[in-house]
Design a protein around this ligand. Structure first.
Ligand code: ZN
Length: 709
């Protein structure tokens, strides 16, 4: 206790709270089981002191509302930033050192489109409906591919740019999955049809003009730049990770390349606008290495599953199995599989291989939050981390091309002519065994994953993702800097939850060396940091960005357009607010007792805000006190219960091939005209865009290659 008081005198308000919380948690863990009452008293006393100290926080804080830029570096695994010397990545590290660093849990499945949409909608995949890069909707009787832009696929969630637009905040996006889609009759004010050939430099230069423009628009009331939402997407280091694996020199080079892009952006923006912008760097998922020794051939005779009788969507990491009610070429799936049939099928598939797990949709473990959507197949099949499944010949058009069969030839007949019924699959599997020789398989000259027959399996040889979202390999980077965020270069470590006391902020050298690192920049150190760095659900990012934009996302509130904001799954709780944001920022002012969810609303009133913040700080502390006391009681009752069950429970999962299908007809619907702005937006801004102008004929052409996935 004395140590705690002595230490407290030397640190700021936020660290005080964390320190006391850590102390209380440690005490609860070490002694509470045997001496519950005394421990509880100690914890309570410590927190009472913490409350009194924090209640006196300075009043000069800013509310953090500013132009806010959300950047995604696809597949930027959390460990990548530690795997190279700090000097090799000067711009990413500067963002961290002038801001704050944590990491993100992707949603299951840890794929690109589902997670980009979770980040901007705040919803788990089962709730926003983009449950895979390749999926089947039994109600629409249609297949979703990376090119599907119909509203009906995307409107189960509301992306942040739509919510911001409803609040009259300007929105501009450069290649965020889903940004071309009309949702709730809105699209971003500026966006571009996806084109992987657009250079990183070209994207950055346009976004720099956005940032300068945004910061030139001064709100007459606050005399600060008006909020404005911007988003920017890069395909790397995902493409390099797929082709060469997460530990490759090529991935290190790709990470340096995006670091350079970030540096170019900062240089082009200039110090003033850069400092006045909230910059949030995220990724959709991490990357796990594949190996020729970790291939699961579901076509092996020993398995005995007749996959050709099923319709399969998904890929070699996670696949969905549907009943195939007709010939392979028509009516490819129906949703008529009963739960008993699904469970029997799941048992049979699980029995195929020790590193493959299948569940009936209703039986997917609740922690994966992957049951509640009709687009999730009756049977979900997942490979263990680092494993790759193949052997079910579901990707008919690619199999046809591989076998030089005419598009109209009957695959079912071809399969039936094979006594083992698996020859076709095994032909495809010739490429399934990863040819991990460090070649350029799966990428074009720009290092961007190409969509071609050759990539069917070869592009998966080096690395993949989609696995259990609790796996450390799947964790994604999170960096944030700007008026909203703490600026001491903290690395947040520990875990949030009812043992919230374990979360703390490391600053200075501790943020780099406290895992005992002597040789910075090694894979081993990177993985140790990856396991220790605090991770939170990527569905929280939406609320973080909304706070930067000054949006009130309290579901009880009414937005400027007269409707409430949509509900979200990600919860930006008091402790995360406290860890990520500047002191007092992001906390609702006003009378105490305003409720925890009020924390999402910044105080817009500069005058007299201090008193309100003090009041809210007390509310926050009361919340933390409550949480920790509850935690102490639970610990006392049950002994030390490890919180990280999720981390150790990801034992059984695996990897699947991106079919890159696109053969199914997509349903086009009538689209309203959208607002478009031409100013400083480069040559490809749409003017009076309607869906008719952007039909499949154009998008399936060479100019808009599929994203990496
Ligand atoms: Zn991705």
């Amino acid at each position: 206790m004395e140590e705690g008081i002595f230490f407290t005198a030397q640190i700021s308000g936020r660290e005080r709270l964390s320190t006391f919380a850590a102390m209380a948690g440690a005490m609860a863990r070490s002694g509470a089981a045997s001496r519950p009452l005394s421990s509880l008293l100690v914890v309570t006393a410590a927190l009472a002191l913490a409350a009194s100290v924090v209640g006196a926080a300075d009043a000069e804080e800013r509310d953090g509302v500013a132009p806010t830029l959300l950047i995604s570096f696809d597949g930027f695994r959390a460990s990548y930033l530690d795997a190279q010397p700090e000097s090799a990545l000067p711009n990413l590290n500067a963002l961290w050192r002038e801001g704050v660093r944590a990491s993100l849990y992707p949603r299951f499945i840890s794929k690109t489109f589902p997670n980009h949409y979770s980040i901007v909608t705040g919803l788990d995949e089962e709730h926003h409906g983009i449950v895979a890069n390749h999926m089947w909707d039994p109600n629409m009787k249609a297949e979703f591919t990376l090119r599907s832009k119909g509203t009906e696929w995307w409107n189960e969630g509301e992306p942040i740019w739509v919510t911001a637009s409803r609040a009259d905040v300007r929105t501009k996006t450069y290649f965020w999955p889903g940004d071309e889609v009309v949702v709730n009759n809105r699209r971003p004010d500026v966006f571009f049809p996806y084109d992987s050939k657009t250079t990183f430099e070209e994207r950055v230069d346009v976004v720099a003009t956005w940032m300068r423009d945004a910061n030139a628009k001064i709100d007459p009331n606050t005399r600060r730049p008006s909020p404005s939402f911007m988003a920017l997407y890069f395909e790397e280091p995902d493409a390099a990770g797929h082709a060469h694996g997460p530990y490759s020199a090529q991935v290190e080079a790709a990470v340096r390349r995006v670091d350079e892009a970030l540096g170019r952006l900062r240089d082009a923006v200039g110090d003033g606008p850069w400092n006045d912008t909230n910059v949030v760097v995220v990724a959709d998922h991490g990357m796990a290495p594949l190996s020729p020794t970790r291939v699961v051939n579901l076509g092996d005779d020993a398995c005995g599953m007749n996959f050709t009788s099923l319709f399969v969507t998904g890929d070699g990491i996670v696949a969905h199995l549907w009943r195939r009610s007709g010939p392979a070429e028509q009516n490819p799936a129906d949703d008529g599989m009963t739960i008993d049939e699904a469970r029997a099928t799941a048992r049979a598939v699980t029995a195929c291989h020790p590193n493959v797990t299948a569940w009936a949709r209703e039986d997917v473990p609740p922690r994966l939050r992957y049951s509640d959507n009709a687009r999730i197949g009756p049977v979900v099949v997942a490979a263990d981390v680092g494993y790759l499944m193949c052997g079910y010949a579901s990707f008919d058009s690619k199999v046809r091309r591989r076998l030089n069969l005419d598009e109209s030839s009957d695959l079912a007949t071809a399969r039936a002519s094979d006594p083992a019924n698996w020859a076709l699959a095994h032909v495809a599997d010739a490429g399934c065994a990863p040819a991990c020789v460090g070649g350029d398989a799966g990428t074009d000259g720009d290092g961007v994953e190409k969509e071609s027959d050759d990539s069917m399996y070869a592009d998966e040889c080096g690395g993949s993702h989609g696995y259990d979202n609790a796996a450390p390999e799947m964790r994604a980077v999170f960096l944030a800097r700007g008026p909203l965020f703490r600026s001491d270069g903290a690395r947040l470590v520990g875990e949030l939850g009812y043992e919230s006391s374990e979360a703390e902020a490391l600053v200075g050298d501790d943020a780099v060396t406290s895992v005992g690192s002597v040789h910075a920049g090694t894979t081993r150190d990177a993985e140790r940091w990856q396991a220790r760095t605090l991770a939170f659900d990527n569905t929280v990012v939406r609320s973080v960005v909304a706070t930067g934009l000054g949006l009130d996302l309290d579901p009880a509130s009414v937005m400027p357009d007269g409707a409430p904001p949509p509900r979200v799954d990600g919860r930006l709780d008091e402790e995360l607010v406290n860890l990520l944001f500047r002191d007092g920022v992001g906390v609702r002012s006003g009378p105490s007792g305003d409720g925890a969810r009020g924390a999402l609303t910044p105080d817009d009133d500069d005058d007299g805000g201090g008193g309100g913040r003090d009041g809210t700080a007390r509310v926050a502390v009361v919340g933390v006190v409550g949480a920790i006391v509850v935690g102490a009681i639970v610990v006392a009752a049950r002994g030390y219960v490890r919180r990280g069950d999720a981390n150790s429970a990801y034992a059984k999962l695996g990897s699947v091939f991106e079919p890159g299908g696109g053969d199914a007809e997509e349903t086009e619907i009538e689209m309203p005209e959208v607002r478009v702005e031409g100013e400083s937006a480069g040559p490809r801004v749409f003017a009076s865009l309607t869906e008719g102008d952007d039909g499949e004929g154009e998008t399936s052409g060479g100019g808009t290659a599929a994203r990496t996935s």
